[in-house]
Design a protein around this ligand. Structure first.
Ligand code: K1U
Ligand code: ZN
Length: 176
């Protein structure tokens, strides 16, 4: 297994629209394993292939407390949705930024597993939020795209500042 690099906002590659997965082979299984390790080691509850610069319709998530209920969705589609909920969202591609986003409360998802078998699931609560968030990644959309342009610009500046501080600290560490 390997830990993959996670792209960060405003990297333009995060805007790429992912392609359908057509081959359910060993390469796909290895990608799922690597994405799973990347998600757990970053303490995330979800990860879309787009975030690791692989533009295929594939996501992993685990919203359990013990991080022992991995779910894999390949070529996911939302068949129906209803209700409304507002949950605080974060994103491994937008580190340190959180915002409350309006999403559907209930969703019915159709997807395939790593063997290509089709399944359908009804989701609610955080599980439903997370699938909607990750499926947005697959069409090149980030949760900050739901914010006003002014707030999005503030996010961009905050991240730039965070990166400058981190680079300066790394430089100082090298000089010690
Ligand atoms: O980068 C990602 O897409 C993963 C993201 C998933 C997500 C979290 C919260 C709401 C919607 C989608 C994260 O895992 S962010 C980091 C995190 O662990 C977290 C943040 C807020 C609430 C719960 C977990
Ligand atoms: Zn995200």
């Amino acid at each position: 297994m390997a830990r993959l690099n996670i792209l960060e906002f405003p990297d333009p590659r995060l805007k790429t629209v992912a392609d359908e997965v057509k081959s359910f082979d060993s390469e796909l299984k290895k990608l799922v394993e690597d994405m799973t390790e990347t998600m757990y080691s970053a303490n995330g509850i979800g990860l879309a292939a787009t975030q690791v610069n692989v533009h295929k319709r594939l996501l992993v998530l685990d919203v359990s407390e013990e991080q022992d209920q991995l779910l894999v969705y390949i070529n996911p589609e939302i068949l129906s949705q209803s209700g409304e909920q507002n949950q605080e969202e974060g994103c491994l591609s937008v580190p340190g930024i959180y915002a409350s986003i309006k999403r559907a409360e209930f969703v019915t998802v159709k997807a395939q597993n790593t063997d290509g078998k089709i399944f359908e699931e009804q989701l609610e609560g955080l599980h439903a939020v997370c699938v909607q968030h990750e499926m947005d990644h697959l069409i090149g959309r980030l949760f900050v795209d739901y914010l006003s342009p002014l707030k999005r610009n503030m996010v961009r500046k905050k991240l730039e500042k965070q990166r400058k501080v981190a680079a300066k600290e790394a430089q100082e560490h090298l000089l010690l």
